[in-house]
Design a protein around this ligand. Structure first.
Ligand SMILES: [Fe+2]
Length: 371
């Protein structure tokens, strides 16, 4: 059995007519687009960008006043939309990041979805994220996982707003056309206990005997700041380089906490610039404390606490702190490593600083709102 190569008719057209005929039949000639499809190096449309906390926070507060949380709205989330992505609400082609604001005594209803998410708490206390019956305390600096298809809701029993950084693999899952979403039948899910995963899995080298762990993600759902801070302090005392970094891992495998999102914490001491590096894949950084400058492909981005910035794939990146600084980051590195697409290199010489990024400032908010 073979494919029949004979046809009942012939096509007698010139080059331009051939191209037109292909387009009319939903085909495209590779020879006209090969150089844009198969580039020598990654040419991301994701732009290096930065959002200032002093711009985000007033808008988040105002959203807290004018946007109520109930079924349909569900979440008070300000997505950080990269201007290079044609209006998509994504921070890079693979990463969603946002600032979420939960007012005093508010709850964001329970649901689950196929994209996985992390929460990194920036300010406020008294809130908890419930994940599959485990009420994970949210304190500044804590990392909370809401793995894919895990029921989750956010509840603020405190008297002050709680604000956190959201990171999701939503753009990647959307590209793979595998989005599923479901509301929980109850407004908030039933709770088995508080910080249960910590009791079972957070002690170094120890876990509760006989408790199974999920193969798809870390069974530890809350990584408290006190542990992260202690580990960073210990590392920095042994190291005089400008940067020490931690990866949040699955304690049962040593692999990434979530299979699709790399989570990192970086501590910078003031002084010199880090070596200029570039990696495949994008990263989104959220400044937890301190201030500094990150140079991305020759452009200087000045940052301070609460600011968020994104580094595109294969961009040249180096950091410099102006004061002791802690910076949380997410990346798509675990996916790239799984696909054998992860690459990194350290450049022999520091990159030149050619220009300085000018972020949207808070002074423009009112004017833009009026127009
Ligand atoms: Fe969610």
């Amino acid at each position: 059995m073979s494919i029949n190569m004979s046809t009942a008719y012939t096509v007698d057209v010139d080059y331009h007519e051939l191209c037109g005929a292909l387009a009319a039949k939903s085909m495209q000639p590779l020879w006209r687009m090969a150089s844009t499809l198969l580039t020598d190096v990654p040419l991301p449309t994701t732009e290096a960008w930065l959002w200032k906390w002093q711009t985000i926070l007033p808008l988040a507060k105002r959203a807290g006043e004018v946007v109520t949380l109930d079924r349909g709205g569900d979440r008070r989330v300000l997505a950080l939309a990269n201007p290079g992505l044609d209006g998509l609400p994504f921070t890079s082609r693979t990463l969603w990041s946002a600032i979420q604001y939960l007012g005093p005594h508010e709850s964001a209803p329970a649901h689950r979805h196929s994209p996985a998410a992390i929460r990194f708490v920036l300010s406020g206390s008294g809130a908890a994220t419930s994940v599959e019956g485990d009420a994970c305390t949210m304190a500044p600096g804590d990392l909370i996982l809401t793995p894919n298809w895990n029921w989750h809701d956010h509840n603020n029993a405190g008297d002050e707003p709680v604000v956190w950084f959201d990171g999701l693999d939503l753009p990647l899952v959307s590209t793979l056309e595998t989005i599923f979403f479901e509301n929980h039948p109850q407004e908030t899910q039933d709770i088995d206990g508080a910080n249960v995963s910590q009791d079972r899995f957070a002690a170094p080298g120890l876990r509760e005997l006989g408790v199974p762990s999920q193969p798809a993600h870390s069974p530890l759902l809350r990584y408290p700041w006190v542990d992260t801070d202690r580990a960073l302090t210990a590392l920095q005392q042994r190291d005089d380089r400008p940067l020490v970094s931690l990866e949040f891992t699955n304690p049962t495998t040593g692999g990434p906490a979530l299979p699709s999102l790399g989570c990192e914490m970086h501590r910078l001491r003031p002084g010199g610039r880090t070596a200029t590096r570039r990696t495949t894949g994008s990263s989104v950084y959220c400044v937890f404390g301190g201030s500094g400058t990150t140079v991305i492909d020759g452009e200087a981005f000045e940052w301070a606490a609460g600011d968020v910035f994104v580094t595109p794939s294969w961009s040249r990146v180096d950091h410099q702190a102006h004061e002791p600084a802690d910076v949380f980051a997410i990346s798509d590195r675990p996916v790239l490593q799984l696909l054998h697409l992860y690459a990194e290199e350290e450049l022999a010489t520091p990159q030149e600083v050619e220009r300085t990024f000018v972020p949207a400032g808070p002074e423009t908010v009112v004017a833009e709102a009026v127009t």
